[in-house]
Design a protein around this ligand. Sequence first.
Ligand code: ZN
Ligand code: CU
Length: 479
Amino acid sequence: MPDHDILFRNARLIDGTGRPSEIGDLAVSGNRIAAIGDLGGASAGQVIDADGMALSPGFIDSHCHDDRAILDMPLLEPKVSQGVTTVINGNCGVSIAPVLPDRPDAPPPLNLFVGEDYRHFPDFNAYFSALEKTPSAVNSACLCGHSNLRHAVMDRLDRAATSEEIAQMCGLLEQALNDGAIGLSTGLYYPPATAAPTEEVIEISKTLANHGGLYVTHMRNEEDNVIQSLEETFRIGRDAGVPVVVSHHKCVSQPNHGKSKITLAMIDEARKHQSVSLDAYPYAASSTILQPERVAKCARVMITWSDVMPEASGRDLSDIAAEMGCSDEEAAKRLLPGGAVYFQMSEDDVQRILSYPDTMIGSDGIVQDKHPHPRAWGTFPRVLGHYARDEGLFPLETAVHKMTALTARTFGLKDRGILQVGGFADLVLFDPDTIIDVADFANPCRAAKGIDKVFTNGICTWANGQATGARPGQPLRRG
Ligand code: ZN
Ligand code: CU
């Protein structure tokens, strides 16, 4: 009998903590890391010569909308091909549970998980059970969406909730947390939640405090009022007594470029008194539902999908408008409902936010889109190859930290995100000299270069440039 199942020899071990890498061996037994160091005398069922390669904890995607994708496309190639072993779902106020079966008439983006059929789960227990029955290649934790709660208990969403409705939402959130959801997400920017006053969110978030849950937000405004929105977020955290996470932090549209100097200083200051985290994706363009009123503020808009004109996918809105002989805004109206990529950030802000020591990396990719934003396939290799290695924005060890240990600590994922004996064997073997994203805006569905092998819970999910077919992922329930 060999000592271990897998033995990596002479790897550059990047342990996730951010400290300098070291050359060494790492052994896996079952789903855990069994030994690290000079393991010269050890034997294993599979020995991998990792000379010249980096071995790090599997990447944790801190901001995902893969709630449904991990059931429908369980191999999740867009993410696994990047080295992702865990996804955090249920972001931006929208989660696949709880949704009440008698109300499938959800307004966007609440209908994010409507596909061939309307897929919903009455509660998180039903959802996690489904994931255990038909597992994915990745582990997943999930937030409970505030917009789901509103949709479940309110007759209309264009008003504040009554105290009775707030109490009902607290009850549903309590159940979600007991079933294993890790916190609450809001999408105060989006129509189902714009009418929710700060006080409503504070009252609901108080339920989190007793359960160690966190508050994660797509803020009310990421443009002219980004500063006010940050203040609102801090206040929700303080008044409810909970840690907050600012999702996909950015400063949108030209007059706000450069404001990240102010917002990051505000976050620094707030962190002296309360727990504040943030994540970002490594691109100067965003993507969400198609909103005609938004297109005038963008340098360029690309259509990701349109129900009425499927052939618009991947085309620039201005080209479509020219063909239609109308304004960009009018063309956008005619394409509804749809999705779009908006080019409206500054590269300086993107780099400043990525460089902030406590910024986690999250893709925010919509993997089921026909022509998605390239972040769905490129986020992690882009940070490692483009920003860390080629641009020299930070050391490779720092880049790995932002996608592993920092994220595991923020979301309370036990025994993940660090190479340590006894920790789960979520691992990525990659070539630090060649790793790079290949997906771009023209061709967004392309696997990155330089990812050699990926392991989730000790099982190989990606090798030789393709998914192995293994589905060792687990739902990570809170606690
Ligand atoms: Zn969002
Ligand atoms: Cu999002």
